[in-house]
Design a binder for this molecule. Structure first.
Ligand code: MRU
Length: 359
């Protein structure tokens, strides 16, 4: 059996990340044992995908703390950790997982220091390291639960044809994946007829990464261009669309890879159920609606060039938002590790209520 694909490898206080800029041609792991390496890997998109970004940030700091000389007082160490977390949060702006991880780590450290006035700085480091390590395992088990809940959204009596966008698989998480996890789950339960993946212009996460994962695991699948989705729905009888999320806000509006919004519009027109797969770490109830989400804009050359070769007319202006916001209205259900967040009779999500009930 082939080994599982891993975007993030962590063992004995050493973090390595798969350089996704080189995929699908080369499969190269690089050391990521300092905060600077973590920041650069995320910023340059060697590692990408909302959960993988947060886990890489936490583990790069864990590695740095492991090697840090023991010269800091508890107050000094706490400031060191908080400053590094703030720095890591400047690497990319849209996926909320990074910011939630940082807030959770800060309140963990704060609580520990407040509770135990005598705590040894070495112990404090160890607590951070253990909690960062736990994120890896938790992400995989959450994704498997999402896969299971997601596969139960589809009829039992037929094999499913499903469409996905961007890359939400093992390469975007610590393993298995969210929306791609649902496809993996359907496939392993013998419920998948066919998966379709968009190429996901302009960064091509679909063509380079999702296609790579689908081929790697022999999942029956076909690549299409982003502009083919409406015709695909009309011609092929798609049973559902599953996508990931970089940030789901309190009313269910969802930021995800650019192109997700138009996919949801096409799905609504063709009566195709449209599911967002998102671990709780991707949910941000501090924002009420999608207009409050900061959307990353990326460099022009991602549109004008492919592999360094100019394909667009020289001098043309370019707009390159990396994400868009799909209104909650167009989303059928949000699949989390705690179950599928349903809509009420008014067709609205009440995410806060769902979380209160389940957590
Ligand atoms: O720019 P990227 O490649 O980091 O964007 C990734 C996505 O938009 C994914 O759909 C999202 O992060 C969910 S990954 C489980």
């Amino acid at each position: 059996m082939k080994p599982n694909l891993e975007a993030i490898k962590y063992k004995n206080n050493k973090l390595e990340i798969l350089n996704q800029l080189l995929l699908p041609d080369s499969f190269v792991y690089e050391d990521c044992i300092s905060v600077e390496q973590g920041w650069q890997s995320i910023h340059q998109m060697k590692v990408r995908g909302a959960p993988a970004i947060a886990i890489t940030a936490a583990l790069s700091l864990a590695c740095e703390l492991y090697h840090l000389e023991d010269k800091y007082s508890v107050t000094g160490l706490k400031k060191y950790i908080f400053d590094k977390l703030d720095y890591l949060c400047t690497s990319r702006p849209t996926a909320v997982n990074l910011f939630k991880m940082s807030d959770q780590m800060k309140s963990l450290i704060e609580n520990v220091v407040n509770k135990d006035k005598e705590i040894d700085p070495k112990k404090l480091k160890q607590i951070f390291i253990e909690n960062a390590e736990n994120l890896l395992e938790k992400d995989i088990s959450d994704n498997k639960a999402i896969g299971q809940f997601g596969s139960e959204c589809f009829p039992l009596n037929k094999k499913i044809k499903i469409l996905t966008h961007c890359n939400t698989g093992s390469l975007a998480t610590s393993g298995y994946g969210t929306a791609l996890g649902i496809i993996r789950s359907l496939h392993s339960n013998n419920k998948l007829e066919h998966a379709y993946a968009t190429e996901t212009r302009p960064y091509n996460q679909g063509a380079r990464l999702t296609a790579f994962e689908l081929v790697y695991e022999n999942i029956p699948s076909t690549l299409i261009t982003d502009s083919m989705v409406s015709f695909l729905m009309k011609e092929k009888g798609i049973d559902g669309v599953v996508v990931g999320a970089d940030r789901v806000v309190a009313n269910g509006d969802t930021a995800n890879k650019i192109g997700t919004y138009q996919l949801a519009i096409a799905a609504a027109y063709h009566n195709v159920p449209f599911y967002v797969a998102a671990p709780i770490t991707s949910i941000d109830c501090t924002k009420n609606n999608g207009s409050e989400i900061h959307i990353e804009e990326r460099p022009k050359h991602e549109l004008t060039h492919i592999n360094g070769i100019q394909i667009a007319a020289k001098g043309i202006d370019v707009w390159n938002p990396s994400f868009d916001i799909t209104p909650a209205k167009l989303i059928t259900g949000i699949v989390t590790e705690l179950g599928v967040i349903p809509k009420n009779l008014d067709g609205e999500f009440n995410i806060k209520e769902f979380l209160l009930k389940k957590q």
